[in-house]
Structures are given as C-alpha cells and as structure tokens.
Design a protein around this ligand. Structure first.
Ligand code: AMP
Length: 306
C-alpha cells in the first residue's frame, strides 16, 4: 500500500513557557511523513522548500523511507517559515509570524508514477495546492484525509470548502472545528462539517484527547496520555495525522472499527512528538516503544464493569 502526503516542509521558531527553539525543522509534511514511516513505507511527499533547507534532514527522511521525487527545491529561495508562542497551558498558541516564501507560488506536481496513490493525506498548506494534488491523481484513492488550520479558514475559506467537499476524513482541532462550522458544541460542529463533505471528522483536543465522528452520528473518544513533561506541542496534530494514516495504509482497512485503532496510534505518536522540540523525538523510535505506548493507552481507559 502506498501513502502520498502533501504539506509544508518548513522552518519554525517556537516559544513555549519553558523554552525556545529558533529555525528548527518543522512543517506539516515533515511530521506526517516521519510519523507514518513507523507504519508503512514508502511515504511519498509532494512539497516545496528553498535551498536553505538542510540536506542532512532530507537524507534522514529518505533513510526513514520517505521518497522525495515530489519535493521541489527552489534555488535562491527561502523555505516556508512559521513562528509561534504557546500559552502557559501549552494547549493554545499564538502565531507570531507566517512567511509563505516558496509556498506563495507553489505549483505542485505529482510525479507520473505516483498518480495511482491508494491513500492520500492532504496535510496543512494552501487549499488550492491540496485540491490540485487531488485532481492530478488518475484514480480516486481509497481514503483521502485533509488537515487544515485557522490561517487558511481566514484567508482561503472558499477554496477550503471546495477541497472539503472531495475528502473522506477531516482532522482539525476544536477551535478550528468551531470556526469552520459556526457551532460551539463539537457534536453539532461535526454534524455541520459532515454536510460539507467528509464522512469522518476527527476533532483534536490537545492534551484532552481526540474525538472521531462518523456521519455526524457514531462517536469515539481517545484520551491523550498524561505526560510528566511537555516540551513542545508543535507538530502534534500532524504527527497524529501521520500515525492515523500510517496505520490505515498499513492495514488497508477503512472501517469505523479500524479508524478507532488509527486514532489511538495517532495519539500515541503525538505523545512522543511533544516530548522534545521539533522532530527530535520522532527520530529513533522502535516498534517496541510504540507498542508499549499503545499498551499505556489501553490501560488508561480499561475498566471492568462486572
Ligand atoms: P501543528 O502543531 O500540528 O498544528 O503543526 C505545526 C506545524 O505546521 C509547524 O511545524 C509549522 O511549520 C506548520 N505550519 C504552521 N502554519 C502553517 C500553515 N498556515 N500552513 C501549513 N503549515 C503550517
């Protein structure tokens, strides 16, 4: 099974209540592909960077089974840059700066031999680019998931609605679900978003876990693992999406029951992500470490009613 992923590959400046990191590797597609690489290979990415992006990071991604034929490297240009500052609860943040740079006029090209992708993760970036990638495919993937954020709702809502109408799964955080739907109740928000296109809506609630809605009716909840120390929540949502789609692609099963497992795998991968700045904690994980974390999730909610 193959997974095609789209999204930013970027530099971030991050400020948390306990520390800061400058010009570190980030980007939705970076987190998605590294997280998914623990489940399935190859991961194929469509994205763009400037020639300021470190070659050793690209080599590391290749080493993890990420194929870069769809990554454009623009000579003399700068990579996408984002700066954010987290509030004292680590759960909400302010965007301090977004510099589109190479993303401003990015024209994505899906390599010919990738156009029959079975699974597609449209990670966070310009909705127009997400739509263009979807339209270049020669057959409809078995499952298309979309992640986005308030930034695009603010400046490109119409394009976002066009792409939303064509996807199966939407992953957003609770604030974004409310902004997109105009509903405060997350149940009503999920029902409203279902009417916009996606059969499945995943609402991420940071340290309070994630909700999965199917057709605005069936519901599932997975908690987040309580951790002694959170260092940097950046990329947790993308890592979640990478784990989620990595599991679905590996198992080639898009049933609601399997999506529940995927939600827990996504949550487990996100729990690693927040333990260090940038993508550092997503390096060098082992199957044993991931399966131990899955056990911790299972224990967290296991209860005997007899
Ligand atoms: P998350 O914490 O999962 O929302 O993802 C944070 C990552 O998304 C950072 O590494 C940023 O580089 C990237 N990012 C921030 N803003 C945007 C945006 N408007 N579009 C695409 N990617 C973004």
């Amino acid at each position: 099974m193959s997974l095609l992923a789209v999204g930013t590959v970027a530099f971030d400046d991050i400020e948390t209540p306990t520390g800061r990191a400058e010009k570190v590797v980030g980007g939705a597609c970076t987190y998605i592909s590294l997280a998914a690489s623990y489940f399935v290979k190859p991961i194929r990415i469509v994205s763009v960077v400037g020639d300021d992006f470190p070659a050793d990071m690209l080599h590391y991604m290749e080493h993890r089974g990420v194929e870069l034929d769809g990554l454009q490297i623009k000579k003399g240009e700068k990579s996408f840059f984002w700066a954010g500052r987290y509030h004292s609860n680590f759960n909400s943040r302010d965007t301090l700066d977004t510099q589109l740079n190479v993303l401003a006029d990015f024209n994505p090209v899906v390599p010919e031999h990738w156009r029959d992708a079975e699974y597609l993760m449209l990670g966070n970036l310009t909705p127009q680019v997400q739509l263009s990638v979807l339209e270049q495919l020669t057959k409809r993937p078995k499952l298309v998931a979309l992640d986005t954020m308030n930034f695009w709702m603010d400046i490109a809502m119409e394009d976002l609605k066009k792409v939303l109408a064509k996807v199966d799964v939407l992953t957003v955080n609770d604030e974004e679900a409310r902004q997109l739907s105009g509903e405060h109740s997350l149940l009503l928000a999920a029902k409203a978003i279902y009417k916009m296109g996606p059969k499945y809506v995943v609402i991420k609630k940071g340290e309070h876990g994630a909700l999965l809605f199917h057709r605005g009716e069936d519901m599932f909840f997975a908690p987040a693992l309580p951790l002694a120390e959170v260092i940097d929540p950046t990329g947790a949502g993308d890592t979640f999406a990478g784990g989620f789609m990595g599991w679905i692609t590996k198992t080639d099963d898009t049933s609601f029951e399997n999506m529940k497992r995927a939600i827990v795998y996504g949550s487990a991968m996100a729990s690693f992500c927040v333990e260090a700045f940038s993508i550092e904690r997503l390096k060098g994980l082992t199957p044993a470490m991931i399966s131990h974390r899955m056990q911790q999730f299972a224990e967290l909610v296991r209860v005997d009613f007899n």
